[in-house]
Design a binder for this molecule. Structure first.
Ligand SMILES: [Zn+2]
Length: 83
């Protein structure tokens, strides 16, 4: 009998902090998509999609950070509080 080795799957890293996740979950899915697909990239000089790497709360704002899907430039998106 051979020894069975369990190869651990690398879990995708959750970019959201607890607070950010709570805030993000309150945003409707269509709006989430809109946010992620309308991030201004200084490399492209236009709005592109973000590859999300981190999301955290900064006071009342949700800060999304990541890379431009097109050129890989670092991009940041601020989601203002509701109301
Ligand atoms: Zn870009």
């Amino acid at each position: 009998m051979t020894e069975r080795k369990i190869i651990p799957f690398k879990k995708p890293v959750d970019p959201f902090t607890k607070g950010a996740k709570e805030r993000w979950s309150k945003i409707p899915e269509w709006a989430q998509t809109k946010i992620l697909e309308n991030v201004f990239c200084t490399g492209c000089s236009t709005s592109t999609s973000i590859i999300l790497e981190s999301a955290k709360m900064q006071k009342a704002d949700l800060i999304l950070r990541g890379k431009c899907k097109v050129c890989g430039h670092e991009v940041c998106r601020l989601v203002e509080p509701e109301n």
